[in-house]
Write a protein that binds this ligand. Sequence first.
Ligand code: NAD
Length: 345
Amino acid sequence: MADDLALAIFSVRPYDRYVVGELLKSFPKAKVLDAPLNVNTAMLAQDCTAINVFVNDDLSAEVLDLLAGYGVKCITLRCAGFDRVDIVRAHELGITVLRVPAYSPYAVAEHAIALMMALNRQVVKAHSRVLQGNFDLSGLVGFDMHGKTVGVVGTGKIGQCAAAILRGFGCEVLVYDVFENQEVKDMGCVYVSLDELLARSSIISLHCPLLPSTRHIINPESIAKMKRGAMVINVSRGGLIDTKAVLDGLKSRQIGSLGMDVYENEAGVFFIDQSTMSDDQPGASIPEGYDTMLGSLMAHPNVLVTPHMAFLTQDAIEKIASVTVENLKEFINGGPCGNKVLPPK
Ligand code: NAD
């Protein structure tokens, strides 16, 4: 019975109000927690049958073992990516993992394009200059998107949307994936090897999931193969990029600019207001937990960082809510769960 479901909702932030509201309508006994899920907080799921978590919650084998001990049988993700879930261990423990596979590929693809355009046309630099009364145009030269070659890595739901927008700009779109998508080909995009995509693209946009095969797909070797001065966009998962290598690439100008909505060490940093952290520690010039690599990236003039917000449109939030409610109802009814994450074969 949905009314009785013992559910714990982790990592709740103000923008989750709509999703939590919808969950509470169907599962009124749900516990709403702002704590992230990790080894120290797993005990909050004691006696819960199901939990609901977000993108940076820790679902490693250690945490899953604790959850199983507390009686958790189902984990629902308020996101598509499941790279922080040890799916094999969940399967061994008999825990069902359900996700929201496609809440809005448009939201994420459009954010990739927003980063691209903001970097290309120097929107942030221009705005901060204007705020200071500086209306000079020096150093603000961009380029036409029309006619430029853009490489899209991963042509699933989001990559396909990004490719469609780029074709609309009049870009030549080179694509790389382990599977070819006919609809992407029909748009006039051309599948090439990753090396050819790297060598020919003025902009490279990453849209593949984080898997062992894609971890650090952007590394010293792949950066050396890029067209000099290429722009790199990552709205997918931070682990796709070897951050140190990208910093070196930016310093040597092999990489011209970087737009990132995700960062490989973002857990514990993103989704948290860190702006007042140093105020809590009088005398500390650098707040505890300050990430110097992220600091170096943010200080770079050609880097634009957003805090894992590519998904954050009202349309996507509404879809996340409705699919999560349906996922939990399917689990309760013991029916086939279409959005179940299965271990790799
Ligand atoms: P999808 O499953 O529809 O597409 C992923 C594509 O990547 C598939 O076509 C797959 O074949 C391809 N792929 C797999 N391994 C590859 C490899 N080694 N090289 C190249 N391509 C490979 O997924 P999607 O809905 O398009 O989402 C893509 C990713 O975007 C998610 O995995 C998630 O990590 C990320 N994402 C980020 C946000 C955000 O807010 N920043 C939101 C949603 C999703």
